[in-house]
Design a protein around this ligand. Structure first.
Ligand code: NAD
Length: 420
């Protein structure tokens, strides 16, 4: 099954739950626009190479398309379609006025020089400019793209139209219209979900612990995992007892000093050699630890049929994209484990991208406190909305999140009607 077919299968499961009629299913599952471009780039040695890239807008009923652009040798139109599809539901579930978009160029950028990457980026953005714009489609960084590339995109678009257009991309460097609070946003969103899920389960009576007694293990100590860990420790006062990265896991029964680990990460690039924990553990051991909450924040498919029965956490907050495969999920759900799905748990990033866009459109920039408060309000509301949908349909949180998102896009589509 292709990635896009797989994505539509998830959608169909939720559409069945809500009894969505067949024409609405067809309207909501097909991408609105798929643009493929083949374009030449001048290499440093004077030769020209032709690259292939795509931009897909899945649905724009709620607002302009939004989604990253990735550079990877394995990018395909099918993958970009699936990722755009997921963006539609992610934006809808958090209630930000965007549709789903995604883009990609088939290239391994590590094999190009910086000037070649710049020329490729500028030419690709010019090629897709026919469907891009601050009110049409707003790209952002993704795998192997970054703030510098967003700066080139913004400049290219601005040169082509003759004036500066900040709102055409997000994930820009602060100096040219980026937003404060973007770096920590995804981790902060995870922290908000961690707090809300504990509150909710306590109210329901299925979990009986104050936040300060909750033990947490986090796989991955990169952008998402490191901020999630420090914020859960510092702001929620929960006990983060294990974290890991590519160098392995670090465990302290009484709780880790995550601020010190963050500092170590900044200075050393990874946790390799960190000696402040009681003992080293493996990444596998971390996933199977006896903790209340497990936060996979590194890779996809780390919990599968192979290890799901050994996972002892009662709550899993999916900070990474797709860390639990469908078989693993069945096993966890059977055991009564509550899973906060990825497109809710890691939506803090796209939410602050939305704030960046709003600031760019207005040329008026917020303070950090404004960003944090607005993020908190939106994430909390999204979480509570998903819980309500779950109770209404008596379904797990992932299905509830899909149903919640599909309801919003379907209703917008009904209200707008079918043109002409
Ligand atoms: P990152 O590259 O900053 O960090 C990844 C972390 O995972 C690092 O600590 C790395 O050492 C660790 N890691 C890599 N391989 C590992 C392995 N085999 N075992 C254990 N740890 C390993 O990436 P990130 O931005 O923090 O993203 C993490 C996940 O969150 C990804 O799935 C990403 O798609 C998702 N996500 C990120 C954002 C964002 O804003 N950064 C937003 C939404 C979703």
């Amino acid at each position: 099954m292709s990635l896009f077919e797989n994505a539509v299968k998830q959608f169909t499961k939720a559409a069945d739950v809500m009894n969505l009629d067949s024409s609405m299913r067809e309207v909501l599952s097909m991408p609105k626009r798929e643009l493929t471009v083949n374009f030449p780039v001048r290499m440093d040695d004077g030769s020209a190479r032709v690259f292939t890239g795509h931009r897909v807008q899945h649905n724009i009923a709620l607002g302009p398309a939004k989604g990253g652009i990735r550079y990877h040798q394995n990018v395909t139109l099918d993958e970009v379609k699936a990722l755009a599809f997921w963006m539609t539901w992610k934006a809808a579930v958090v209630g930000i006025p965007y549709g789903g978009g995604k883009g990609g160029v088939q290239v391994d950028p590590t094999l190009l020089s910086k000037t070649e990457v710049e020329r490729l980026s500028r030419r690709f953005f010019s090629e897709i400019q026919v469907i891009i714009g601050e009110n049409k489609d707003i790209p952002a960084p993704d795998v192997n793209t970054n703030g510098q590339i967003m700066a080139w995109y913004m400049d290219t678009y601005s040169m082509n139209v003759g004036h500066s257009v900040l709102g055409v991309v997000t994930g820009k460097p602060l100096e040219i219209g980026g937003s404060v609070g973007r770096t920590e946003a995804t981790g902060r969103g995870v922290r908000i979900c961690a707090e809300e899920v504990v509150k909710y389960l306590n109210e329901k009576g299925t979990f009986n612990k104050e936040m300060r007694d909750v033990t947490v293990a986090i796989q991955g100590f990169g952008n998402v995992g490191s901020y999630a860990a420090t914020l859960i420790n510092d702001e929620l006062n929960a006990k983060v007892i294990a974290v890991s990265d590519i160098s392995g896991g670090y465990y302290s029964e009484k709780g880790l000093n995550t601020d010190e680990m963050m500092k170590y990460l900044e200075e050393n690039g990874s946790l390799e050699g960190y000696t402040g924990a009681d003992k080293k553990i493996t990444n596998e051991e971390l996933l199977e630890m006896d903790v209340d909450m497990l936060i996979p924040a590194a890779l996809e498919n780390v919990i599968t049929a192979e290890n799901a029965d050994k996972v002892r956490a009662k709550i899993v907050v999916e900070a990474a994209n797709g860390p639990i495969d469908p078989d693993g999920e069945d096993i966890l759900t059977e055991k009564g484990c509550i899973i906060v799905p990825d497109f809710v748990a890691n939506a803090g990033g796209v939410t602050v991208s939305y704030f960046e866009w709003v600031q760019s459109l207005q040329w008026f920039f917020w303070e950090l406190e404004d960003v944090r408060n607005a993020l908190h309000r939106i994430m909390k509301k999204a979480f509570c909305g998903v819980v309500k949908t779950g109770e209404k349909y008596d379904v797990d949180m992932r299905t509830a999140a899909y149903v919640n998102a599909i309801e919003k896009v379907a209703q917008a589509t009904r209200l707008r009607g079918i043109y002409p």
